[in-house]
Design a protein around this ligand. Sequence first.
Ligand code: ZN
Length: 93
Amino acid sequence: MDREDYGKDEGRYMICPRCDFNQAYKIFEAPVDKCWEVYRCPRCNFTWRSTEEEEVTNPKLYHSKFKLSERQIEGMAPKPPIPPLRRPQEVKR
Ligand SMILES: [Zn+2]
């Protein structure tokens, strides 16, 4: 599969270059001539343009140092951190 295989069909899912999730999708395209498109991965939130280098757009060429596994993504702390819930009696009036 090469760069030309990505994003050519409307509504077609793609593979995220960073985490290999198979439900990345197009979120935006050039408004006039459609010469570029922007894609997003719903699992790791990676976002990339169709015009970037193959090292960014192709899952097989994406640098292994920057790859994320499903386990790594699940272990990430939420940003910004969410404080523990307070019980109603702990809330000062
Ligand atoms: Zn991803």
